[in-house]
Design a protein around this ligand. Structure first.
Ligand code: PLP
Length: 380
C-alpha cells in the first residue's frame, strides 16, 4: 500500500490529475479529529480507540493529536504500534484469548488491563499478570441491533461472568466488566440491556466493579438517509448506567473502531468495464477495500465522476457490481443504484469507508494495490 506525500484539496483534484488505475483511499485527518472530539465531548467516560478497525499510523497519530488517550489492542503488533505512535497512552488488551508468550510480552510492554471470558484464560492471566492489574470480564447477551453477532466467538454467559468476576477480585485484580453489542449497532436499546445486565452480574457476584467498558459497536453513516445520532446513544448510556448502578456507578470506558474512523476515509474505485451495458466491473471488490459489504450490507453513499471530474447526475439505475478478480464471490451484495450515464473509466467513490478496509485488503489475484492519499475534505 503506497502513501502519497502531498495533501490534495479533495479527491476529485487527485483523480483528475493522476487518473489512477488502482483503487485510492482518501483520508481526511480533519474529519477524523472532528469525530474524535465529538466522542470526547459526548461520551461520559474514557474514549479509547479499537486499533484493529484501522491500524494506519496516520490514524493513530491524528487520534492522539485530537486527545484520544487510550487504545484497545488485540496483538503485540498493535501494542508496539501504540507505544511508538502514541507513547504513554493506556492500552487495554481486550482480545480475550492470547498465548502465554503474548501475555508475558504485553506485561513487559506495560499493559495493565486485560479482558477475559473463560476460566482457562483467567488462570493464564493469574500466572502471568501482576496483582493490581485490571481484569475486565467480557459477557454476552442474545440481543439484536448489530450487523452481526459477536457473541458467537466471545463473551461469557451472565452466570459464568458472575463466577469470573468474583474469581478475578479474589485473585487480587481490579475487577471490571466489558461487553461489545456487535458492530454497526443501530439499536441503542442493546446498550440498555447490556448495562442493566452488567449491574445484575456485579450484584450477584458481590463485587463493586471499577469500570464498565461499553464496547465499540457505535454505528457509522452507511445509508444516505440514515445518519446515526451518536449523542442519543451517549445520553442513553449515561442515564442507564446511573439508573442501574446507583451509588455503585462504575467509571465508563468505550472502545469504538468504526464509529471513530469510518467517516474519515472514502474509497475511489474505477469502472473497468460495463459488460454488455449490464454488469459493472470495478477495480476493487470484496477481496479489497469493500471486504465488509457482504457481511454488514451495502454503503449507498456513492458518488460517480467522469475522468474529467464532472459528477454523473443521470437518474439511478440498479446494477450488479463485481470486483476485479477472476472469482465469482467477488460481487457487492444486492444491486447498487448508479447513474444511468455512467461509463467505462469513471470513478465510483464510496464514502464512510475508514473502518475494516485498509486493515483487511488482500492481494488476491494480484489486485489490492492501494494508494492512501491525504485530502483536506472528502467531498468535492
Ligand atoms: C474487543 C473489541 N472492541 C472494540 C471493537 C471495535 O468495534 P467497532 O468497530 O464495531 O466499534 C472490536 C471489533 O472487533 C472488538 O473486538
Amino acid at each position: 500500500m503506497g502513501l502519497s506525500k502531498t495533501i490534495f484539496a479533495n479527491p476529485t483534484e487527485y483523480l483528475v490529475r493522476e487518473q489512477p488505475e488502482d483503487p485510492v483511499l482518501f483520508f481526511a485527518p480533519m474529519v477524523l479529529q472532528a469525530t474524535a472530539r465529538r466522542f470526547l465531548r459526548g461520551f461520559p467516560g474514557l474514549v479509547t480507540y479499537a486499533v484493529k478497525s484501522n491500524p494506519d499510523e496516520m490514524v493513530v497519530a491524528n487520534l492522539a493529536a485530537a486527545g484520544i488517550r487510550g487504545y484497545d489492542v488485540a496483538s503485540i503488533f498493535e501494542i508496539d504500534l501504540i507505544r511508538r505512535v502514541a507513547p504513554g497512552a493506556a492500552m487495554h488488551y481486550n482480545n480475550p484469548v492470547r498465548s502465554r508468550s503474548e501475555i508475558a510480552r504485553a506485561v513487559e510492554l506495560g499493559v495493565r488491563s486485560f479482558s477475559v471470558d473463560s476460566h482457562s484464560e483467567l488462570a493464564k492471566l493469574q500466572d502471568l499478570v501482576p496483582a493490581g492489574a485490571e481484569i475486565a470480564v467480557r459477557f454476552k447477551l442474545p440481543v439484536n441491533g448489530a450487523a452481526y453477532n459477536f457473541g458467537a466467538k466471545f463473551g461469557a454467559t451472565a452466570e459464568k461472568a458472575t463466577e469470573l468476576l468474583r474469581a478475578a477480585r479474589d485473585m487480587g485484580f481490579v475487577a471490571s466488566l466489558t461487553f461489545h453489542p456487535g458492530t454497526q449497532c443501530v439499536d441503542p436499546m442493546a446498550w440498555d440491556s447490556y448495562i442493566r445486565t452488567a449491574a445484575q452480574i456485579a450484584t450477584d457476584a458481590g463485587v463493586e466493579i471499577a469500570r464498565l467498558n461499553v464496547g465499540g459497536g457505535f454505528p457509522s453513516h452507511r445509508l444516505s438517509d440514515v445518519n446515526p445520532e451518536l449523542e442519543n446513544i451517549f445520553g442513553l448510556i449515561d442515564r442507564v448506567t446511573t439508573e442501574a448502578f446507583g451509588d455503585a456507578r462504575p467509571a465508563l470506558v468505550c472502545e469504538p473502531g468504526r464509529g471513530l474512523v469510518a467517516e474519515s476515509f472514502s474509497l475511489a474505485t474505477q469502472v473497468r468495464a460495463i459488460r454488455d451495458d449490464e454488469h459493472v466491473f470495478l477495480n476493487d471488490g470484496v477481496y479489497g477495500g469493500l471486504a465488509e459489504l457482504p457481511l454488514i450490507g451495502i454503503i449507498d453513499r456513492v458518488e460517480v465522476r467522469d475522468p474529467a471530474g464532472a459528477r454523473r447526475n443521470a437518474p439511478g439505475r440498479a446494477r450488479i457490481v463485481f470486483g476485479p478478480t477472476c472469482d465469482s464471490v467477488d460481487r457487492l451484495p444486492g444491486e447498487l443504484a448508479l447513474p444511468g450515464d455512467m461509463a467505462e473509466g469513471d470513478f465510483v467513490m464510496f464514502h464512510g469507508l475508514g473502518a475494516y478496509s485498509t486493515a483487511t485488503v488482500t492481494r488476491f489475484n494480484g489486485f489490492g494495490n492501494f494508494q492512501i492519499v491525504t485530502v483536506m475534505a472528502l467531498h468535492g
